[in-house]
Design a protein around this ligand. Structure first.
Ligand SMILES: Cc1cc2nc3c(=O)[nH]c(=O)nc-3n(C[C@H](O)[C@H](O)[C@H](O)COP(=O)(O)OP(=O)(O)OC[C@H]3O[C@@H](n4cnc5c(N)ncnc54)[C@H](O)[C@@H]3O)c2cc1C
Length: 556
């Protein structure tokens, strides 16, 4: 199909989330004459309170949200026939504009496990430092700090962790090596001066509003990439029916002379590729899509982080985020006034204070039983930087189970998503989650401020016996507590989609294997690496890229 549109760009991004903002912003700064278009299905986020005031992050998960998509998975007998729901950002800035601002980084061995040339940890460490403006970085656009207020509950968890769980404390567990130690959450994606969220939208693209060659069109949903022969030359898009209710939903096209970058996240990217005719024969045939390239890996290998929370009450005198999250007017007004004054206080907080990337010791390993031993030996034992789960909430970071994301035709003829999360399909995945859930409860109930999972409970003596679980308890834990932790081979090492030209994928959907970290740091890394690769391909001088964020007032 040839494109009739007169609108021409050099590069078009299909999706305007975290990675897209990083790549588009970096390239625009290096070569302001590049005509770049970012098409994002969700709304703009410029200076939106919910996206810049850190404490408001839970509002994005409300059922009426317009900034997050909830993707309903196929039900599974492993989950008691529940249909799990995965959420993902759906706005300019994507996940970076709605996430919980937790800062963690993957262990070095994760990158070796990928076995992709140029993506080994020693190649990536300098790139990891580019976005950050913190002890882990040089002087980049993303500001990282401990946030505006220190809650004491974190120290209680660390103290109990050291005494009861017998793990040491370390200042920095995000150095790509340190594991199995408690630490404070001294880094968050929160600007320590302004108290604002450090998202990719404000820090990479909104603060380059002076460059009219960098355009961001919100409320635009990309249907497919358009090819001439097998060269990507543009995209077809419509208005997004959620972002633009009542809008004309007819299709428009735009042309890209140099490159199309699919950057629509774990759910958006595989489905755009499939709608464009790139994917497995079976899936495309089912949906009546003409095949351009037979690429069976599209939409396969979906991996997620799985977790469980255990909520507990605390003593009345303990400062928590609850008054703000309950919307208590006087508390909100008081905290907002402080935040506007000096960027500090609870508004500049996310409530997460302490963590451990936990590896089981011999006793714990043997208590976990035989089901987990093969997985431990094969994957964890010889990689001392890998943790089998995180505790703040319990989070299994390297599940063996994998799922898939494909397009499908609904009974009414409309297009839908065939999402098979695969959670717990491999029985070894439940073992560390179950064990970690119990350990988390033991830790919490030994904290001095703990007031029980029910109000009548009281703080526990450090030497109190552990809770005894029956097989029925275990079954209940497996079936009711698991949920996604918001974190998905189709491209070569330079992010080119196999079988076509001028088309790259840059976002978390291209990660070949799961990573032991909250994934914003990975999306930033992929964005910076992708920008370098594209600059090289296009002959753009990347070495003299200006620090645009230092001179910009807008959107910082
Ligand atoms: C609720 C939540 C909490 C999280 N908490 C943390 C945390 O505390 N710390 C951390 O490190 N990580 C966290 N993450 C994960 C992290 O934010 C994401 O992994 C990361 O942002 C993903 O980046 P991405 O570029 O791959 O995709 P995204 O940022 O999701 O961007 C994809 C974008 O593409 C758009 N899109 C999709 N389809 C189309 C289409 N057809 N046309 C146009 N646009 C389209 C979407 O609307 C979206 O904006 C969280 C994620 C969520 C959802």
């Amino acid at each position: 199909m040839s494109i009739s549109s007169t609108l021409d760009f050099d590069i078009i991004f299909a999706g305007g989330g975290t990675t897209a903002c990083v790549v588009a912003g970096r390239l625009a700064a290096c070569d302001p004459s590049l005509k770049i278009l970012v098409l994002e299905a969700g709304p703009h986020t410029l200076n939106e309170a919910a996206c810049v005031q850190p404490y408001l992050y839970p509002t994005h998960l409300a059922p009426w949200t317009s900034t997050v998509s909830f993707v309903v998975g196929n039900s599974s007998p492993r989950l008691n026939d529940r249909a799990p729901i995965a959420s993902c950002g759906r706005c300019v800035g994507g996940g970076s504009s709605v996430n919980f601002m937790v800062y963690t980084r993957a262990p070095a061995s994760d990158f070796y496990d990928w076995r992709v040339d140029g993506w080994e940890s020693e190649n990536l460490i300098p790139i990891m430092k580019k976005p950050d403006c913190a002890t882990h970085g040089y002087n980049g656009p993303i500001k990282v700090s401990s946030g505006g207020y220190k809650l004491n509950l974190g120290q209680e968890l660390i103290d109990v962790g050291k005494a009861y769980h017998k793990r040491p404390y370390a200042d920095d567990t995000d150095d790509l090596e340190t594991c199995n130690t408690y630490s404070s959450c001294v880094r968050r994606y929160i600007d320590g001066t302004t108290g604002r969220r450090s998202d990719a939208a404000h820090h990479y693209v909104y603060n380059q509003a002076h460059n009219t060659n960098l355009q961001i069109w919100a409320g635009k949903r990309v249907k497919r990439v358009i090819f001439e022969d097998k060269r990507a030359v543009g995209v077809e898009f419509t208005s997004d029916s959620v972002s633009c209710p009542g809008a004309d939903l007819s299709s428009s096209t735009v042309r890209a002379s140099k490159l199309v970058v699919v950057s629509a996240g774990a759910f958006g990217s595989p489905t755009i590729l499939e709608r464009s005719g790139i994917g497995s024969e079976a899936v495309l045939k089912r949906c009546g899509i003409e095949q351009l390239v037979n690429l069976p890996g599209v939409g396969e290998n979906y991996q997620d982080h799985q977790g469980a929370f255990a909520a507990y009450n605390v003593a009345d005198n303990v400062v928590t985020m609850d008054p703000l999250w309950r919307g208590e007017e006087s508390a909100v007004q008081e905290c907002l006034a402080q935040w506007k004054r000096d960027g500090r206080g609870l508004v500049a907080q996310n409530g997460g204070e302490a963590k451990i990337k936990w590896r089981p010791d011999d006793d714990e390993l043997s208590a976990m039983g035989s089901a987990f031993q093969p997985r431990w030996k094969e994957f964890f034992q010889d990689r001392p930087d890998k943790n089998s789960r995180n505790i703040r909430h319990v989070c299994g970071l390297y599940p063996a189970s994998v799922g898939s994301v494909h397009v499908k035709l609904e009974e009414n003829g409309k297009e839908g998503i065939d999402f098979t999360p695969g959670y717990l399909d491999d029985p070894s995945d439940i073992v560390p989650l179950n064990f970690g859930y119990k350990k988390m409860r033991e830790l919490y109930r030994r904290m001095p401020s703990y007031r029980g999972e029910i109000p009548a409970s009281h703080p526990m003596d450090l030497n109190a016996p552990d809770i005894i679980y029956t097989p029925e308890d275990d079954a209940a834990i497996e079936k009711f507590h698991l949920q996604t932790m918001w974190h998905s081979l189709v491209v070569d090492a330079r992010l080119n989609v196999y079988g076509v030209t001028n088309l790259k994928v840059a976002d978390m959907s291209m990660v070949p294997k799961n990573v032991g970290t909250n994934t914003y740091s990975m999306a930033l890394l992929i964005g910076e690496k992708a920008a370098m690769i594209i600059a090289e391909d296009l002959g753009i001088d990347f070495t003299t890229c200006p620090s645009w964020w230092e001179s910009s007032e807008e959107g910082n």
